[in-house]
Each structure stands twice: as C-alpha cells, then as structure tokens.
Design a protein around this ligand. Sequence first.
Ligand SMILES: [Fe+2]
Length: 145
Amino acid sequence: MAYWDWDESLEIGVPVIDMQHRQIVDYINMLDDAMRSHDQEEVRFVIEQLIEYTMNHFSFEETMMEHGNYPFIDTHKQVHVNFTKRIHNYHDRFKRGDDVTRALMGDLKVWLENHIKRDDLDYSPYVKNIGKGGWVSAAMKRFFG
Ligand SMILES: [Fe+2]
C-alpha cells in the first residue's frame, strides 16, 4: 500500500498544478519504498529529486500567481520561503548522517495537504485561464526542463 494515496480532495482544479502536486506525492511514496528497502543510496537519490522538484514547483507556482495577478502573492511566497528553510534543514541533517527520512515524509505530507487545501486553493480562481496561449507549456519547460 502506498504511504499516501492521492485523492480528489487534493485537486485545486488547475491541471498543471494538480499534476505537479501529484508528482510530489509520488516522490514521497518512492521515498517510503526506498526507506523500506533499506537502500540508502536510493533514499539519498529520491530525497534529492524530491527537494529539487518541490523547489521548482514553488518557483513555477509563484510565477503563475504573478501572471494571474493574485493579490496575496507576497504572503504565499513567504509561506514557501519558510517551508523551504525547513526542507533544507532536513537535507543538511540527512547529509550529516541523521536519520530524518521518516520525519521529512511526515512533515511534507501534513504541510502539503494543508497548503494545497488552503493556500493553493485560494489562488486557483486567478490562474484558471492562464493555460490558454501556451503559457503553461513555456513555463513548464523553463522550470522543469
Ligand atoms: Fe503553494
């Protein structure tokens, strides 16, 4: 069984964002698998992918909010900054050899679920129509390569 099953209560109705959130959930599940198999090299690899993807996701989201003239963007960005610090703290501890995997997974799950259902849902009406005109695919290329 997966550590975290995606369900539609996590959807904010903006397909490109829902897809990215789903990818983060997938990474968290991959991390759970790697942890269970006691494959430290795989754990390290997934943690790095997960962190990199989450950072790119935050940047993508911020650019999208800007593009949609979301009025509370500064507050939202600050929430990302605070959580980014926490993630980097986990990463530093991991690199020093601390066993933080389970704590990181749990923290990310709780944080992401609350953040999606409250903060991300709040900007969704402002960005719903942005996809038209190729903005989304251009931005995807820019942030995720
Ligand atoms: Fe966000």
